[in-house]
Ligand binder design. Structure first.
Ligand code: ADP
Length: 509
């Protein structure tokens, strides 16, 4: 019984991965052989996306459940049977809201996905009424349709009779973790882990409890909400009929937080950034929440073993998507990985900067109307300059986020742990190290989200002593080596380019 079944319920697919608790291949310097998790089987099913209106995004929660069951069963079979498993860990797309019937266990509406903007009018009204400072102080979040609270209220308003039924405990609300816990336990447990709860805008970030005043403000009945539980520890047992034996659900965390744990970014000053289509930074700030003045999000890192780690979060809207655009939109490259050799082929950026504000600029600029901009073109500029500028922009945008963190008084950054498709690009990772003046570390195993969920579950049933990462293979590392003068010159070029992007925004012209 040394396997963990990790469920990774993401926006575009549902996956199950079996992890084995295994000793490191080589003993450490002290002669010990540490234990960590190693993947041995995986199964994945794509998830249908529904776009019923402009700005609306929905998932079918019943489809999510059946895909979860199917991928888990396949992985259990591939890994040699349920008898080998000790526990289940869950990680999920955060903020996505589900409403279901407590007696039938059937969803009462399609789930409203985190990207969905249908409640923008509600958060705009609450902002105009002056509620944002209170909401931010209590929850760490800003007023935005992104978070679950307004989605929950919308669902209750959309399904006739559900508000009355909520008061009687006949319907339930929850994020995807809560939905899966309910289904896995055959309706026995209605619980959400503290990280998912921290994304609803209903939870007090300090006390880690639902707040009556926020439930009232957002019009969400407390009775329909799940119980908030820590990320590690037994939450409930799954229905034995599902896999042939009851398994404890012993770990749960939202995807970005699970990745933080997967990376072993456990101390204040540890941070992880996932460079995929967009990029998501989560920085561990320690045992007390840090209030952001730069509109970073205050959130829970994880709660396990009696400890609570807080985090600040910021995202870059366009990261790998700039490379995708050069490949699929402009046709400058035919494969993403060509970008590395092209960028490296130039001695420098030739004064060309690209601000990939395709969908506006996020933290710390918050210019939703800004658009993509290229500055500094000369007759010498060629395709490689565009490619290099797109890769360099990753580093400049990361620097902006790290500067915002520092201005918020977050503990100084120790290492930046990275994962995601773009981290295959060594030029980009070296440039991040140089521009951000921080050591960049990329683990050999990249599935940080599933790994984090598995590690929480392994801790939850005592298969691992703590959450420390003790990977079998050493990470790749990039150390800063750029001269200060050059960095300053590049950063001032970047700042001029951002200004140009903001000035050129349609609402400024
Ligand atoms: P997501 O999970 O957001 O779909 P991934 O982590 O799979 O993203 O990363 C995909 C992104 O990484 C794409 O935008 C792609 O252009 C970019 N990418 C992949 N390989 C490279 C590379 N070698 N250099 C630069 N970008 C890359």
């Amino acid at each position: 019984m040394s396997l963990i079944l990790a469920i990774d319920q993401g926006t575009t697919s549902t996956r199950a991965i079996a992890f084995e608790v295994a000793p490191q291949a080589a003993p450490s310097a002290s002669g010990e052989r540490h234990q960590d998790l190693r993947p041995i089987a995986v199964s994945q099913i794509e998830l249908a996306q529904h776009f019923p209106n402009s700005g609306w995004v929905e998932h079918d929660a019943a489809e999510i459940w059946s895909a979860t069951l199917q991928t888990c069963r396949e992985v259990v079979r591939k890994a040699g049977g349920v008898a080998r498993f000790a526990a289940i860990g869950i990680t999920n797309q955060r903020e996505t809201a589900v409403l279901w019937d407590a007696s039938t266990g059937e969803p009462l509406h399609r789930a409203i996905v985190w990207q969905d903007r249908r409640t923008a009018d509600v958060t705009a009204r609450l902002t105009a009424e002056g509620h944002e400072p209170m909401v931010q102080a209590a929850t760490g979040l800003i007023l935005d349709p992104y978070f679950s609270a307004t989605k929950f209220a919308w669902l209750l308003d959309a399904v006739p009779g559900s508000r009355e039924r909520a008061a009687k405990g006949e319907v339930r609300l929850g994020t995807i973790d809560a939905w899966l816990i309910w289904k896995l336990t055959g309706g026995q447990v209605h619980a959400t882990d503290a990280t998912n709860a921290s994304r609803t805008a209903l939870m007090d970030l300090k006390t880690v409890e639902w707040r009556g005043d926020l439930c009232a403000l957002f019009n969400v009945p407390r009775e329909a909400l799940p119980e908030i539980v820590p990320c590690a520890g037994v939450i409930g047992e799954c229905d034995p009929a599902l896999f042939g034996r009851a398994l404890p659900i012993a770990g749960s965390a939202g995807d970005q937080q699970a990745a933080l744990v997967g990376h072993g970014a456990l101390k204040a000053g540890d941070a992880k950034i996932t460079y995929g289509t967009g990029a998501f930074l989560v920085a561990n700030v320690g045992a007390e929440p840090v209030a952001s003045t730069r509109r970073l999000l205050g959130t829970l890192g994880y709660q396990a073993d009696g400890q609570t780690a807080y985090a600040l979060e910021g995202s870059i809207f366009s990261a790998g998507s700039a490379i995708q655009w050069l490949r699929d939109g402009v046709g400058l490259i035919s494969e993403s990985r060509q970008s590395e050799a092209m960028a490296q082929g130039l001695p420098d950026n030739g004064g060309v900067y690209m601000v990939p504000g395709f969908t506006g600029l996020g933290a710390p600029w918050w210019e939703p109307e800004a658009r993509g901009t290229v500055v500094g073109l000369t007759r010498d500029s060629g395709p490689a300059h565009f490619v290099r500028a797109a890769l360099e922009a990753l580093a400049y945008q990361t620097r902006d986020l790290l500067d915002a963190l520092a201005q918020d008084g977050a503990p100084p950054l120790k290492t930046l742990k990275v994962d995601g498709g773009v981290t295959a690009n060594s030029f980009a990772m070296q440039f991040v190290a140089d521009i951000c003046e921080v050591e960049v570390e990329r683990p050999a195993f990249q599935e940080m989200t599933a790994l984090g969920a598995a590690r929480l579950a392994a801790l939850g049933v005592g298969l691992l002593p703590d959450l420390e990462a003790r990977p079998a293979e050493a990470p790749a590392c990039w150390k800063p080596r750029m001269k200060t003068e050059e960095r300053e010159r590049l950063l001032s070029g970047w700042r001029r380019a951002v200004k140009a992007a903001i000035i050129a925004a349609p609402d400024r012209a």
